[in-house]
Design a binder for this molecule. Structure first.
Ligand SMILES: NC(=O)c1ccc[n+]([C@@H]2O[C@H](COP(=O)([O-])OP(=O)(O)OC[C@H]3O[C@@H](n4cnc5c(N)ncnc54)[C@H](O)[C@@H]3O)[C@@H](O)[C@H]2O)c1
Ligand SMILES: CC(C)=CCC[C@@H](C)[C@H]1CC[C@H]2C3=C(CC[C@]12C)[C@@]1(C)CC[C@H](O)[C@@H](C(=O)O)[C@@H]1CC3
Length: 345
């Protein structure tokens, strides 16, 4: 009978390790002495000591070959949140996560750390200092959020001390930093097309934007503190910068830092939200004839015009989490990392 080699606790796999968060996580894990395997549908870079396994996480056999002798799995793969492909979200975030859990159990993985999202409780209305015990959104604002909820439930329900398989979910919010393909590039694209002149609402709404290295720190703390006798088992943790900021001040700082004008004119929130819903309906009706990708989707407008910031007290207490990089330092580093997106570049 073959004996299963006990995996080293420093051998881990990052599913989605070619992505924005995944790559930062891989780099930090390597710095901390972990042996890292990346599993992704694409290879975005090379790094000494990191092995790449190309495959779709819905394919259990492909996953199994990447998880050999791995003790910790970080699952941070997802289709891009801006997509409106409902079946893709269902296939990857829900069915695929079931496959990831199954593969982890078969491969003898001991810990699974899921990158969830604070948006799992967001329904488009204000959240102020939200704690992890807020109920999941009953009317999720888009397919991305709906499937992130199902994904988180699957992973937390799979936690089993009897099976020696422990799970935890990290809920970051508004991740930004160098190489982010979303926030800064979409913002700059909107500014270049003259769409960033307006502030949606009165501009006083507070939100969390979280520096990518702080999010990585939260993931690694969670993996290292997750033990059978710890309070982490089957729990979700908000990881934020712990410095809520006015949405429009943050956007303005990034824009001005890159040489663009800050938005100044105010538009009523209800009007812009209504228009974004109307536009979304029109794009749905016209989809068989023409593909339109609106900049101001109902989700983005809701995020831009409401309060949504979260307490990370639970992470502070159970993980000893403190954000290593302050918001100001994070904005400076981020702006400096995008010379190609500067005005006139
Ligand atoms: N960016 C944010 O603001 C934010 C905030 C909260 C939570 N999250 C979560 O963090 C995680 C990482 O987000 P990101 O911003 O780095 O996204 P990203 O798009 O940069 O990375 C996702 C990675 O997953 C891979 N992937 C997608 N489908 C796959 C599949 N079927 N099989 C294998 N790999 C697949 C992609 O190729 C990509 O490399 C996601 O789970 C996302 O829901 C992101
Ligand atoms: C309306 C406007 C000014 C648009 C430009 C910036 C947006 C592209 C950007 C602002 C807040 C961002 C955000 C996300 C995507 C990009 C933004 C809408 C997420 C929806 C990405 C997916 C994550 O899970 C969400 C989270 O909970 O952290 C993000 C929330 C903030």
């Amino acid at each position: 009978m073959a004996t299963r080699v006990r995996p080293s606790s420093k051998r881990c796999a990052v599913i989605g390790g070619s992505g924005f968060l995944g790559r930062h996580l891989v780099e930090r894990l390597v710095d901390r002495g972990y042996t890292v395997s990346v599993f992704d549908i694409r290879q975005a870079y090379e790094l000494p000591g990191v092995t790449f396994h190309l495959g779709d996480l819905c394919d259990k056999q492909a996953l199994l070959s990447a998880l050999k002798e791995v003790s910790v799995v970080f699952h941070c793969a997802s289709p891009a949140p801006g997509s409106d492909d409902r079946s893709l979200f269902q296939r990857v975030n829900v069915d695929g996560t079931r496959t990831v859990i199954q593969a982890c159990l078969e491969a003898g993985v001991q810990k699974l750390v899921l990158t969830s999202s604070a948006s799992v409780v967001f329904e488009g209305t204000d959240i102020k200092n939200g704690k992890e015990d807020l109920p999941y959104a009953k009317k999720p604002i888009d397919y991305y959020t709906a499937t992130k909820i199902q994904q988180e439930k699957l992973v937390l329900e799979a936690c089993s001390k009897e099976k020696g398989f422990l799970t935890v979910a990290i809920r970051p919010h508004g991740i930004f930093g160098p190489r982010d393909p979303q926030l800064v590039p979409i913002l700059v694209d909107s500014a270049r097309r003259g769409k960033m002149k307006f502030i949606i609402g009165d501009g006083s709404n507070l939100v969390d934007f979280t520096y990518v290295e702080n999010v990585v720190h939260g993931h690694i703390l969670a993996a290292e503190h997750l033990k059978a006798d710890s309070p982490l088992c089957a729990q979700a943790y908000h990881i934020t910068n712990d410095e809520p900021v006015r949405f429009w001040d943050f956007m303005s700082q990034v824009l001005v830092g890159l040489g663009y004008s800050a938005p100044r004119l105010h538009l009523p929130y209800a009007l812009v939200y209504g228009l974004s819903l109307l536009l979304w309906l029109i794009t749905l009706v016209l989809r068989p004839l023409v593909q339109i990708k609106p900049t101001f989707t109902p989700m983005r407008v809701a995020l831009a015009g409401t309060h949504h910031y979260y307490s990370c007290a639970r992470a502070k207490q159970d993980l000893g989490y403190r954000p290593p990089v302050s918001l100001q330092e994070a904005i400076t580093r981020t702006v400096e990392s995008y010379p190609h997106l500067r005005q006139g570049a």
